[in-house]
Design a binder for this molecule. Sequence first.
Ligand SMILES: [Zn+2]
Length: 167
Amino acid sequence: MTTNKHLKRRARSLAASTGQPYATALRRIRSQLEDRVSSVHSPTPETVVQCSFCAKSEPAAQRLVAGPGGVFICDECVESSAKLIAQSGPEESAQSRAAYFDPTIEVAMARLGGLVRRADLVEDQIVNAVRRLREQGSDWTLIAAAAGVSIEYLQERLDRSKQPRSY
Ligand SMILES: [Zn+2]
């Protein structure tokens, strides 16, 4: 089902349950979406732009290069990676790949904190991207379609990001 159909179905359902006209129900649902995106916390730029590998943010990292899906890499990590690739052969690469996907308990535990922080960072980027698109006048149905999710899913994500983070 397309996101537009989702929205219309919800509006029909709301109209049927409250007795209000369909157009009013549709406006109300769209307004609820606006409230969600405008009330989410605003992350500071430092938490948004940082190296996805070493977690350094500008200006500690000299330069950050943006990659797809909200990831960044700093100049130092690019340099370290280039050295590692130059020094290791295909056999060592296969070994480190296998170790990555089958980590010891200690390694898996050590990774966990970084994964949680990265998930929060991506969550902030999603909220910021949605907020910016709304400010530029993009329709909710188009935003949800571009994200490849339903409007309901997008709402859940925005609601979740409003929860205070206490580490
Ligand atoms: Zn880095």
